[in-house]
Design a protein around this ligand. Sequence first.
Ligand code: BHK
Ligand code: ZN
Length: 419
Amino acid sequence: MRELWFFLSIVLVAAYRRQTFVGDQVLRIRASSQEQLALIRSLEELEHLKLDFWKEPTTPALPIDLRVPGRHVRAVKAFLESNGIAYSIMIKNLQTLVDEENVSQLVSELRQNGTYSFNYKSYHTLKEIYTWVKNLAAENPQIVRRIKIGKSFQGRALHVLKFSTGHKRPAVWIDSGIHGREWISPAIAIWLAKKIATDYGNDPSVTSLLNKMDIFMAIMVNPDGYVYTRTKNRMWRKTMSKRPGSHCFGVDANRNFDANFGGRGSSRVACSERYCGPHVNSEPEVKAIVDFIGRHGNFTAFITLHNYLQLLLYPYGYTEEPPENIEELDTLASEATEALASLYGTRYSHGSIIQTINESSGNSIDWSYNQGIKYSYAFELRDEGQYGFMLPWNQIVPTAEETWLAIKKIMEHACNHLP
Ligand code: BHK
Ligand code: ZN
């Protein structure tokens, strides 16, 4: 009897601590008309359903990916069917993927002896990532420095890695981990940082780049959100900021920048997944980036890593107005995605945010572009939706390798077109 109570209490504690996704399905919905799109949007207003749009309804041309909690799956499917809306099941039981991911973690959490023994084929805890960042700087003192640029809402240090061989040079910005659940983003950034450190002095292209420019990498923009995805809710996207007057917490950091703040493609409602926050730069994580880039004053490329859908995006998200150098941005995007595909055949589409994925106000690359950073791009990494945010560990290194080829193209172009 005692044992039973002990067991039950453990189960209860575990259940309390971590959200589960038993029976949750991810449906890929194809709306064939504006009417169907409007019907799907109307689902969003039924808050009790706790629906999670992995890909928002935008146009009939794009699929909509919707996570439906297990207990509402039948009702939502019945709704779609009765309205003649086509869908397929992308993920049959999300918890199965979460369980598999948890099992693969067990073998990864070994002690690190520097960045050499680090397991690049695994997702890591924040602590492991922070140790790795520190080690990379310690092992490569001639070219890598770790700089603290601020503190997260919950008080965690925000770092950037600076790759430099000179003084006050024009620079490239690369960030990852702005959205908590997009684990592949920081995972490949770690690999990229190691690649840059290793290739300097060995690979002619990286060497000549670093002889003219600096590279700054913010590997974990939203550490609070990342920790939350590892401890409580694997599907968390936003920051963890709390404010009086709302029971919902968190801001979409990629809606918090000063670029048509609060406009279309963002929400003023605190409970929304795309909540822009109470004011521009309200999130310390965003403010830290904005201040750092402003103070530096000489960035010419800005690259941010998200997933998923295999897209390379450029401004704008808040307007159909094309950026001044759209032809250059588009040609470079096409060269970069071609280079990416050359390795494993992974196909990316490219275009402006608003035309390719959706309206989005307050996002980071619209802001950086308007700051005069001409080569501003956002990657939506693997996959096309089979696993979505649950991309398995064995795709980390291949994703990193192919993305590196695209990023190198963008950096080289920026380097050959310095103002
Ligand atoms: C990416 C970059 C700039 C603007 C929008 C996007 C799409 C991204 C978002 O912020 O809504 C979608 C997403 O998180 C999945 O990575
Ligand atoms: Zn994202």
